[in-house]
Design a protein around this ligand. Structure first.
Ligand code: SF4
Ligand code: SF4
Length: 116
């Protein structure tokens, strides 16, 4: 899959996303491994209302990139997850999650849920 030109979007498509139990566990582990300075810097960034709690505004990228949820990985490449800037990257396939989500990141789960 061709990379999308995400730099410059400033989290345009990074809103609340569904996560699975395993994804929650994986994110929790990634947060736990983060150096405290980096963690606090990411956590305390001001974000526009609706922007994902893990979006790194200062670096213009996902703050948990290696552990981002599957829907974030799929975004831009399916007809029901069309990238606003490069709609032609979407295939004719429909994205269907492999596992049932347990809730919505940024709404049901905040930073506190990943630090306990
Ligand atoms: S997927 Fe598309 S809209 Fe989202 S950040 Fe990347 S280029 Fe921008
Ligand atoms: S987890 Fe990362 S890629 Fe997914 S919405 Fe949040 S900031 Fe964007």
């Amino acid at each position: 899959m061709k990379d999308l030109p995400c730099k410059g979007c400033k989290g345009l498509c990074c809103g609340p996303v569904p996560i699975t139990q395993q994804e929650k566990i994986n994110i929790k582990k990634a947060i736990r491994k983060m150096p405290n300075k980096k963690l606090l810097e990411l956590k305390n960034q001001p974000r526009l209302l609706g922007t994902c709690i893990f979006f790194d505004e200062s670096r213009d990228q996902c703050g948990i990139h290696s552990e981002r949820p599957s829907i974030c990985r799929a975004f831009g490449y399916y007809k029901n997850l069309v990238c606003f800037r490069v709609p032609a990257s979407a295939s004719s396939e429909t994205y269907i999650a492999k596992e049932k989500p347990i809730g919505i990141l940024s709404i049901d789960f905040t930073w506190d849920h990943f630090r306990k």
